[in-house]
Write a protein that binds this ligand. Structure first.
Ligand SMILES: Nc1ncnc2c1ncn2[C@@H]1O[C@H](COP(=O)(O)OP(=O)(O)OP(=O)(O)O)[C@@H](O)[C@H]1O
Ligand SMILES: [Mg+2]
Length: 272
């Protein structure tokens, strides 16, 4: 691979959609991010894993311009989140850890409202397209307070797609959903990436990262302690042997070994 610049290839095409360098953030005495580095390739799904309080939401809030870092840099689509927040906001959307839909409005009214806020020309058409795409046509006229958790999440993600953001942040998109609801969200996320949208998601469900992500990064004690494809992460642990059948470590075993207080590799091997 050459690193020299080719005048015929725009540099932007090869730049990552998200670039994070030496990011630091404290809340008072609590030094949450202590030098975080990672890249997310355009059109890929990147999963950020970490225990409760590791700082996942903090990273998402910094990348979506809601919070300023103390040190380091972060760019989204080549734009610096601290010096160019307005343009960053134009290219992203955020689905927060807690659903942001209005309970009293119907699903369709929620979508129309956001489309109007974004000054789109045909808010009703945009809403109807998204209801169809997210399998919410029948529920579209009903108050959101009558929706299941999965329907709410789908609506939330649908709302975040209005205006066609190039990068979307999903902070624990499937927390609290049943298996069916999770599958529905996974399909939506995969479809988004397929269409070229860059997706950064945080999750505590290791199978979610395993199923969805092109790359997985583990945030622990303020640093990214592992970052790779699932296959690369699996190579961090030797396969455990179970009665002549070679068993690959699961992401859960890798995670627990890397962050675990009792995380000796031998312990993980013995669990099989
Ligand atoms: N505004 C704040 N003021 C003080 N402390 C904060 C603030 N926001 C977050 N924290 C603390 O910073 C740490 C990281 O929080 P953050 O929400 O980023 O973690 P997380 O990885 O998203 O956790 P979870 O998995 O529970 O969502 C936690 O200890 C949290 O209590
Ligand atoms: Mg969080």
């Amino acid at each position: 691979m050459t690193t020299t610049q080719n005048a015929r290839t725009p540099l932007r095409d090869r730049d990552p959609a998200i670039r994070v360098r030496h990011l630091e953030k404290s809340y008072g005495e609590l030094h949450v991010l202590r030098g975080v580095d990672f890249d997310v390739a355009t059109g890929s799904i990147f999963a950020l894993l970490g225990s409760n309080g590791a700082g996942k939401t903090t990273i998402v809030r910094i990348l979506s311009t809601l919070l300023k870092p103390d040190a380091g840099t972060a760019t989204v689509e080549g734009l610096d989140v601290t010096t160019d927040p307005t343009r960053v906001r134009e290219s992203i959307s955020l689905t927060g850890q807690f659903a942001a839909v209005d309970e009293i409005l119907s699903g369709r009214e929620n979508l129309v409202l956001v489309a109007k806020l974004r000054h789109l020309t045909n808010p009703g058409g945009v809403a109807d397209d998204l209801l169809a795409r997210f399998n919410l046509v029948e529920a579209g006229g009903r108050r959101v307070s009558t929706y299941s958790g999965g329907m709410r999440r789908r609506l939330d993600i649908a709302m975040s797609l209005i205006g066609r953001p190039r990068v979307i942040f999903l902070d624990e998109p499937t927390t609290g959903l049943d298996p069916e609801g999770r599958l529905e969200v996974w399909q939506v996320v995969q479809e988004l990436a397929h269409q070229g949208t860059t997706v950064l998601l945080t999750t505590q469900y290791l199978d979610e990262a395993e199923q969805l992500a092109d790359r997985i990064a583990i945030l622990h004690q303020g640093h990214i302690i592992a970052n790779g494809t699932l296959a690369e992460l699996k190579q961090l642990l030797p396969p455990a042997k179970v009665e002549y059948v070679e068993k690959q470590p699961t992401l859960e075993e890798i995670f627990l070994t890397l962050v675990g207080t009792t995380g000796a590799i031998d312990t993980v091997k013995d669990q099989s």
